[in-house]
Design a protein around this ligand. Structure first.
Ligand code: MRU
Length: 348
């Protein structure tokens, strides 16, 4: 791969601007936390793990901006708050920010100087990013064990390297299977309205020579009925204690279709995506985005001015549609509540 989703270089956060892909490979050099917040809000950086990592570095940048302020810790907590307001659904954002909040709290308790707290925040962000790559590799290895030579997998949105620090989650399973010498092909749903499947997943897989066929979202049913896919693997933005899954809008439909066609439906996600505070998926806050994302396509207006629009960015798939959740600890296929809790607790 000759690109990085996010890179921390000499105190600057370099973010690949995903809104310009696949046409342009351009980077944003973020030196202020506001730039990171804006990049998350605008989906220049997106995907649950990637926004957590970006936000963790955003805190470092913000802390640096306020290092001479008398109320340094209070200001850093306000930076954390601002970053938390960027997107509501992916829990990895809040998970990463909570880790940074703890760094600030412990630094304050130890009466450390701002420079010392900034160093600790930087170390924590670097750890979060590095761990993500290791975790995704493990997810990939577990996921690959589900894929047999010659299989074709359908995926929705982008749960690839572009959504993480490396490998991806759903796409990690495919990458590792291919590395193992298996012939795996992919159907990528285009993922309206923002086309993460067409613009990002297809781009990412083509760069690596993994065979990918692009379909519009409304073609998934036919592709399944025609027997063209043997498994579905998607990522997740938040998984509740009972195993319900929030992921990109359209995932629920794919899960229902998979069940109808007796195709296994897997969700690949790190344990940081599991939110044990929420009992079930009904409690997940679902982000609603601007109407213009639906009323225009590629910059062209495709709907009458003033039409009423509903634009939820995510949906919730009840666990009864899920065959397995692939994590860095293994694959959960039942006894969801106990297993997810046991594995999540082992990481805390
Ligand atoms: O709105 P996005 O592009 O941030 O949505 C991303 C997804 O829904 C991904 O599938 C999810 O974050 C998992 S990424 C490993």
């Amino acid at each position: 791969m000759n690109w990085n989703t996010i890179e921390w270089r000499n105190g600057v956060l370099i973010i690949l601007d995903q809104t310009l892909l696949p046409g342009e490979t351009k980077y944003i050099n973020a030196e202020r936390y506001e730039t990171v917040a804006e990049a998350i809000r605008r989906l220049q950086v997106r995907g649950a793990p990637a926004i957590g990592i970006a936000a963790a570095f955003g805190v470092v940048l913000g802390a640096r901006q306020f290092r001479h302020e008398p109320d340094f810790c209070g200001q850093v907590n306000r930076v954390i708050q601002k970053l938390a307001e960027t997107r509501p659904t992916a829990v990895n954002l809040f998970w990463a920010l909570d880790r940074q909040k703890k760094v600030v709290q412990s630094g304050k308790g130890l009466e450390l100087k701002p420079e010392q707290i900034i160093n600790r925040l930087e170390k924590e962000a670097i750890t979060i990013a590095a761990d993500d790559a290791v975790i995704n590799r493990k997810i990939g290895e577990f996921g690959a064990s589900l894929l047999k030579d010659g299989m074709t997998v359908l995926t929705h949105c982008n749960a690839g390297a572009l959504a993480t620090s490396a490998y991806g989650t759903a796409l990690a399973a495919i990458r590792v299977a291919v590395e193992q010498g298996k012939k795996i092909a992919v159907y990528a749903d285009e993922t309206r309205p923002l086309l993460q499947g067409a613009r990002l997943t297809a781009w990412e897989l083509m760069q690596e020579g993994i065979p990918v066929t692009l379909i519009t979202d409304n073609m998934a049913a036919s592709v399944m009925r025609l027997g063209k896919v043997q498994a579905v693997i998607v990522g997740a933005d938040r998984i509740t204690a009972n195993g319900d899954v929030a992921n990109k809008i359209g995932t629920y439909g794919v899960a229902v279709l998979a069940k109808e066609h007796r195709i296994p439906f897997y969700v690949a996600a790190p344990l940081s995506t599991i939110d044990l505070k929420l009992k079930n998926g009904e409690e997940i806050p679902i982000e609603e985005r601007a109407a213009t994302e639906v009323t225009s396509f590629g910059g062209t207006v495709v709907a009458p001015a003033g039409v009423k629009v509903f634009n939820p960015a995510f949906d919730m798939t009840p666990v009864r549609y899920v065959t397995g959740i692939i994590t860095e600890c293994g694959i959960v296929t039942g006894d969801w509540e106990n297993t997810l809790k046991k594995w999540k607790d082992s990481t805390i």
